[in-house]
Design a binder for this molecule. Structure first.
Ligand SMILES: O=P(O)(O)OC[C@@H](O)[C@H]1O[C@@H](OP(=O)(O)O)[C@@H](O)[C@@H](O)[C@@H]1O
Ligand SMILES: [Mg+2]
Ligand SMILES: [Zn+2]
Length: 177
């Protein structure tokens, strides 16, 4: 099975230090929706693992988060693709859950859902927590320079991390374009 796992904020859509709190603030990055659709049409399953502590912090609620994800699915479908499972961690940092990145719980949930092993599966993120989560479960850590990616790059990367300018470039690589 060709499975790709994506972080959301800073990879699929613009991120903000003030969180992405509503549909007006949820704006796809250039080429990101098309990248997901291209991969999907080529037989890839594209899943998402996203920290959404803004729910725990009271910045937005679960229905709003789900509305953003409905919009994401709609946009991918308009490009002829289909988005796979989206897993959210809606907990705050102090709750000690098993799903908040850099813990790998969401990656493990996705693997269990599809009945696949995580070893070597690309996990594409913009933050160090994404890369740590990938490393912990032997996924291939992949950094994009969008979102917080440039800041993450400046801090130094785990050995073996692949770096791309954006999600479109990741798709081009996986599609050998
Ligand atoms: O990149 P993903 O995982 O899809 O989502 C990240 C968001 O949940 C937010 O995560 C927050 O981190 P804290 O949760 O406050 O540590 C901050 O980095 C925000 O800027 C960011 O929008
Ligand atoms: Mg992110
Ligand atoms: Zn959690």
């Amino acid at each position: 099975m060709k499975l790709l796992i994506l972080d959301r904020d800073g990879v699929i859509n613009y991120d903000s230090d003030a969180y992405i709190k509503n549909l007006d603030e949820w704006i796809p990055l250039p080429g990101a929706i098309e990248a997901i659709a291209r991969l999907s049409q080529a037989g890839w399953t594209v899943a998402v693992a996203t920290n959404q502590s803004g729910v725990a912090r009271g910045y937005y609620d679960l229905p709003m988060l789900e509305a953003m994800h409905a919009r994401l699915r709609e946009l991918v479908a308009e490009q002829g693709g289909e988005l796979g499972l989206i897993v959210n961690c809606i907990h705050g940092p102090a709750e000690g859950c098993d799903c908040r990145k850099p813990k790998p719980g969401m990656l493990e949930q996705i693997a269990a859902h599809y009945g696949v092993a995580l070893k070597g599966i690309w996990f594409v993120g913009d933050s160090s927590g994404d890369l740590t989560a990938a490393q912990t479960v032997d996924c291939q850590p992949v950094l994009v320079k969008t979102g917080k990616g440039e800041r993450t790059l400046a801090k130094g990367l785990p050995a073996g991390t692949l770096v791309f300018d954006n999600l479109a470039a990741v798709a081009d690589q996986l599609l050998h374009l």
